[in-house]
Design a protein around this ligand. Sequence first.
Ligand SMILES: NC(=O)c1ccc[n+]([C@@H]2O[C@H](COP(=O)([O-])OP(=O)(O)OC[C@H]3O[C@@H](n4cnc5c(N)ncnc54)[C@H](O)[C@@H]3O)[C@@H](O)[C@H]2O)c1
Length: 488
Amino acid sequence: MSVVSSRIGVHSQHMRVTVIGTGYVGTVTGACLAYLGHHVTCVDTDAHKIEKLRRGEMPIYEPCLQELLQLAAAGGGIDFTTELAAPAAQSDVIFIAVGTPPLETGEANLCYLEAAARSIGAAMDDSKFRVVVNKSTVPVGSGNLVEALVREGIREAHPGDPKGIHFGVASNPEFLREGSAIADSLYPDRIVLGAEEERTLQVLRELYRPLVAQSFRAPAFLPRPAAVVQVPMVTTTLTSAEMIKYAANAFLAVKIGFANEVANICERVGAEAPEVMAGIGLDSRIGSRFLNPGLGWGGSCFGKDISSLLHTAAEYGYQARILEASLAVNRMQRGVVIQKLQEKLFILKGRTVALLGLAFKPHTDDLRDAPSLQIAEKLIQMGARVRAYDPVAMDACREQNPNLRITYCEDVVSAVDHADAVVLVTEWPEFTGLNLKHLAARMHKAVLIDGRNVFSADAAREAGFEYAGIGRFAGRPAARPVPAAVAD
Ligand SMILES: NC(=O)c1ccc[n+]([C@@H]2O[C@H](COP(=O)([O-])OP(=O)(O)OC[C@H]3O[C@@H](n4cnc5c(N)ncnc54)[C@H](O)[C@@H]3O)[C@@H](O)[C@H]2O)c1
């Protein structure tokens, strides 16, 4: 460790850090820590990704990441390698940010985590105290597993006397959202640190000091929100930190599932779900975020994390019924689009359906568990032709789903041209400003399924569309003009 004052205004102990895994979490974590002034080495077994990063190309789409990496190189410094041993040996802190995908059983696949932990052990020597930090989302008990595997790695590499080698293990779950990952990391709601030893926590408190105090100069392209003055740091046991991550994701998924369930009831009774959500969201105990009815949540985390938590609960003899129901409600919600298309078009065979958006949410190219894929598969299976347009995720979709018979289109207009229906799947900002009249005029049948409720139902109908949103009352009359006295 060294005390340095950096170009971005931070005066603190600057550390050497290794981040294992250069996916969405690892690359962003590495870039942010280097921006704060630490020297970071990012390691990945995927040589192709490392080559790209070395050339300054992004292996993933994440707004502001390229800009931040440039500042990071000029800050504490950041480099990329496939070789873990040398950077791990020099580092004060080693983050594990590898994938933990689900197995068939719902359990988290820990093989990447285990390999990383063993390699860390093999790289250790007695020259300094190091902290191994688990940033991957892992089941309760994984901190202990990492510690045991690091020790095994040490014993294998130092069969004689490994006694002088000291390290601590911590859990530091990640809460970033793809699409706003840099802002979420520089201005987080909280930092959670779980460890059993004070010495371990102290190293991490020092590492995160500039973030907690918000003492760094904000990048020009991502100004600090006025409300962010200091970031709360929650220190817990290893087990509690691991549970916090799962509980947070489970709660968010349940909240979205709840909004979808209420929306489905709204449709049946003639209520407008967006109005209902606005009405309940103003209750400070509930809050308005994550209450937007839609086509169900997707992405790499919610489904796998709930399955993993269910698996852990079952191991301890507990059946987590709310979590089971949230998975079932989400599965059902994916089918709502097909049902609505059938209501409008009756026959789907031979119809052409345009999907607007493929990524599981806007501002990312991530297609893991994206509703679009399931919808496209089902439509194709039912005999429909599927066209799609997404501002960033089309290359990834083509590459990852070579057998999915989607026609990829250059823009929205070519996607909807002579189509029988258009489905808004991902709420990219460029879709919200579309000229609906122009689109309706180009279609064979002007049917619009608004899977994210981004359009005004009245405006869509005025433009000539047969419109269906999620949880919106089909027979709703046009809004009555507000009397001038009231409007004032
Ligand atoms: N993506 C998110 O939004 C998000 C948010 C919070 C937490 N998480 C969690 O963070 C973890 C990482 O997620 P991600 O989306 O960044 O994954 P990812 O799949 O994008 O990246 C993981 C990377 O780890 C690399 N890797 C695997 N084994 C390795 C090894 N032994 N040594 C070096 N590199 C190795 C892979 O090649 C890959 O590049 C997961 O546990 C995930 O649940 C993800």
